[in-house]
Write a protein that binds this ligand. Sequence first.
Ligand code: 1PR
Length: 549
Amino acid sequence: MPKVHLLDYVAGNVRSLVNAIEKAGYEVEWVRSPEEVANAEKLILPGVGHFGHCLSQLSSAGYVPALRAHIRAGKPFMGICVGLQALFSGSAEDPECPGLEVIPGKLDRFDDTSKSVPHIGWNNASCPTNPTLYDLSPSSKYYYVHSYKYPYKKGELESLGWSIATGTYGGETFVGAVAKGNVLATQFHPEKSGVAGLRVLRSFLDGSGAKALATHRPSPETASPDLIPTEGLTRRVIACLDVRTNDQGDLVVTKGDQYDVREKSSDRSVRNLGKPVEMAKKYYEQGADEVTFLNITSFRDCPVADLPMLEILRRTSETVFVPLTIGGGIRDTVDVDGTKVTALEIATMYFKSGADKVSIGSDAVIAAEEYYSSGKTLTGNTAIEQISKAYGNQAVVVSVDPKRVYITKPDATRHATVKTSYPGPNGEEYCWYACTIKGGRETRDLDVVELTQAVEAMGAGEILLNCIDKDGTNSGFDLELINQVKNAIKIPVIASSGAGNPGHFQEVFEKTSTDAALGAGMFHRGEYTVQQVKDYLGDKGLVVRQFEG
Ligand code: 1PR
């Protein structure tokens, strides 16, 4: 197999990149010291997390001159995400820290006045001056996750010989990919961008992208305005698989009604809806934008290293090239032999097995309670802080399991309330949403606004907003809950619980500003496919990504 070198300079989450490279028919050889850069013919610089953290790691390990020499020598070089950002001269994320200075200019942060930041999801990377640049396609979508971007200024980088592909987010047009000579860099993750991303990766690896570029002269004058995409971020549709062992000891996809996953029949067996790896692949091929696994019983008696979910992720990530999230049991724990294992170590095992994000439930509630009882002190010790520091905010999702508490008037509680259009059992017109832990079994004196604001301060990158009252009801999302949380925080929110038909997805996207919507039961029971939901949303004029086979 032909080889490509991958720079291993931080504890990155690169399993999915390795899988994508192998899928393209290449073998990964790791570069673990600056001296080894000289052995590389084709070199990839992956990057996740913080600009300053990445650049200072590269600099202190002595990689900067070696990388510049590789690029100057005209050898193929690809930067991904922060690997693209590193090529610029700096970033507002860490103004003191210089970049590689291959491209002049500094990155700035997306404006979060009227949109969520980070920018997470599927967007364009379209090059009007060269529409087939590295097999990018103006009609394809690519998976991005970043808060900082290089703002596109027409002609600026083209006049220096760079071909530029762009995306647009909330009125801001940013650089999605750059290419010149031997250098390609993408702000999006090709390894997480389905078949469209694999095409770009392959075009770098086999040299065809650079070859085609060599015969092309970028010129802003030749830009065709209709190739500059303005539709922006697509509506993300996520398939969620709740996984646990059934009474026979098999790992199955299950689904509860308001979190009760046992059949209503007298034997009360665990509802078995299929096999996790096969179902994840099926949803990927139907066009799911992400797949989430929730390990709902957290496999308490299992030695940590053998967590069955690790194997599920390993196998899923070989064939599913969209982001994978894993939740359940991400907290400090004690292994069966008495060894202490930190949440960060558990997350690391998941990332090494192919997860892109971890989702934290119960532990986030406890951490938020401590945050408030200590006068909003950030200790740096919580799972959220530790994992986001090591892997970036985008790698940490907080899964919230709220339950409605009805009250007659807003001042009957200290909590943030909503006036509800769905009164309580005794006609109560107000409610607040209480956070729960342990799969909804224990309700805490903490509301969703408090929880989500606390975890945002700790560095969570996204909220998975379930609703116990709505779970499994097929009656639509809890729009009142979603609006309340969206108004409280800036990080993206995934609406979850209650989806029963494609119209419910349309409703949540049109009546709230949710960033994504998740379905489970309706997909597992075969009532609708993910593709049917997306076709429906597309017919209603909402921008969606379609699966490319
Ligand atoms: O507390 O960090 O160990 O995480 C446990 C995780 O497991 C949490 O994310 C929690 O939401 C989840 N969980 C625990 N018990 C259950 C249960 O169902 N008994 N599942 C459970 C939560 C909720 C959704 C579901 C949507 C959509 N599942 O994710 O997929 O409600 O369903 P629908 O479209 O069919 O209505 P920790």
